[in-house]
Design a protein around this ligand. Sequence first.
Ligand code: AMP
Length: 172
Amino acid sequence: MEYIKSKIREVPDYPSKGILFYDLTTAFKDPRALHIIGWDLSQLYRDKGVTKVVGIESRGFIGGSILAFELGAGFVPARKPGKLPADTVSASYQKEYGVDTIEMHRDAIGPDDIVVLHDDVLATGGTMAAAYKLVKSMNPKKIYVNFIIELTALNGRANLPEEADVTSLIKY
Ligand code: AMP
């Protein structure tokens, strides 16, 4: 874990003043860090019968794909509006300024699925709460929630449903 941490670049005042941005691109480009991230994520879900990993656009696509591959599961993207070509379902959530929306294909998840919802960073939890609502509306057997990084000071877990089963690899 210390190795991964040493490869995460911390960028002050990005994207706006006062935000310390945890940049995972420097970990993803390092072969050993990428391998450890994929392995450690998958160890959390090895024996859980996971059938689909949902990655949140866009940084959640990277870890989500690796996790799906490691688990022998399928990968499903949760995307910004207007990007998915077929019939979609959507959920909106409040951001600091204004409202944001995410979409998934209506047929992406079914009642037999065991799902891991993945994003790179848990900050306020707003994005994940919306994604959770969306996946839940498709009635899978079980939903797990996973992050590479959790920013504990922001208490994002409080914005997720109480029933949510949440893990993260690295806490700051
Ligand atoms: P939130 O909805 O507040 O939990 O934030 C959601 C998204 O913003 C996550 O998908 C992260 O990719 C990104 N994000 C928010 N804060 C940070 C941060 N301090 N460092 C890196 N990414 C962040």
